[in-house]
Design a protein around this ligand. Structure first.
Ligand code: FES
Length: 300
């Protein structure tokens, strides 16, 4: 897929060390969004949640990443699987609920049933079709320091060994694997994802109990974490279309910390930030942002 002109122009301007003059289509074009989905959104590893969300065998939770719907399933043996929520019969979603029991995943359209490991169990077509083709597509999934990471760039079978996911050790609290998730929230915006990400990166105080905090641990292109001694917040930027992006946050604290009921500073900040145009002025996409962006988009 060739890069749209508006993206290629960023590379030319960076290469010539010229001032970056961003084409407005970078924030609203479906072609740009398609190229970004292919070259950037699918990059590993995206941190999607905390393991406490899905500890019990026989449960699933549904999440979205890179415009895909994924079912995170803990099978009867306790193994985590990241299954594409696309039925192999006619391509409809197998599950529309946020979470539920996963002994069997039953597609509501024509009733095909899948085991928690993604195998088709009903109808039994194995006499006519290679069983390897009779399963939901899946992706590598990995748990590190209690956080669940998924690699959407390749099928699960392609990964025998998972590379180490780098997390700077001294800024990850040692309680993180046993953390209590104290709040989980999702915020819809009508901003392009680049504006949403830049807003998050330029507002670390909104994701921290420490007003001095100014840094994130970054996982892949679209997930990051703010970590302090007694709090951590996982932030996900979820592109839905060129002009719609969700921001999800998962607040974590040491075990037995009560659920949070305080004021929602992020909701208020998003409301005050206004429309996409105002956000672009408040947290502009600068040369550093475009250098980061181009490192993904130019990599093919
Ligand atoms: S699309 Fe799932 S059973 Fe037909």
């Amino acid at each position: 897929m060739d890069l749209p002109d508006s993206i290629a122009a960023i590379g030319e301007q960076l290469g010539a060390d010229r001032e970056i003059v961003a084409d407005p289509r970078l924030l609203n074009s479906a072609d740009v969004f398609a190229a970004e989905r292919q070259r950037l959104f699918l990059r590993p590893w995206v941190a999607v949640d905390h393991q406490s969300r899905i500890e019990e065998p026989g449960r699933y939770v549904r999440f979205e990443a890179a415009t895909r719907s994924i079912l995170l399933v803990r099978d009867a043996e306790g193994e985590l699987r990241a299954l594409r929520n696309v039925c192999i019969h006619a391509g409809y979603p197998v599950c529309e609920a946020e979470e539920g029991p996963a002994d069997r995943l039953i597609c509501p359209y024509h009733g095909w049933e899948f085991a928690a490991d993604g195998r088709l169990v009903e109808p039994d077509l194995s006499a006519r079709i290679d069983p390897a083709r009779l399963r939901l597509a899946s992706h590598p999934v990995y748990v590190r320091d209690g956080l669940i990471f998924v690699d959407l760039s390749k099928p699960a079978a392609a990964t025998d060994e998972v590379e180490d996911i780098s997390i700077t050790p001294d800024i990850v609290p040692d309680w993180l694997p046993e953390a209590n998730v104290t709040a989980r929230s999702r915020y819809a915006t009508n901003w392009n994802w680049k504006l949403a990400l830049q807003f998050v990166r330029s507002s670390p105080h909104l994701f921290s109990h420490d007003p001095e905090s100014d840094d994130f641990v970054v996982f892949g292109p679209l997930s990051l974490m703010s970590a302090q001694p007694n709090r951590a917040i996982l932030v996900r930027v979820i592109p839905r279309s060129a002009a719609h992006t969700d921001i999800q946050i998962i607040r974590m604290a040491p075990p037995a910390t009560p659920l949070e009921n305080g004021p929602d500073r992020l909701a208020e900040a998003l409301r005050q930030a206004g429309d996409a145009e105002t956000v672009a002025e408040g947290a502009p996409l600068d040369r550093d942002f475009f250098s980061w962006y181009w490192s993904f988009m130019s990599a093919g």
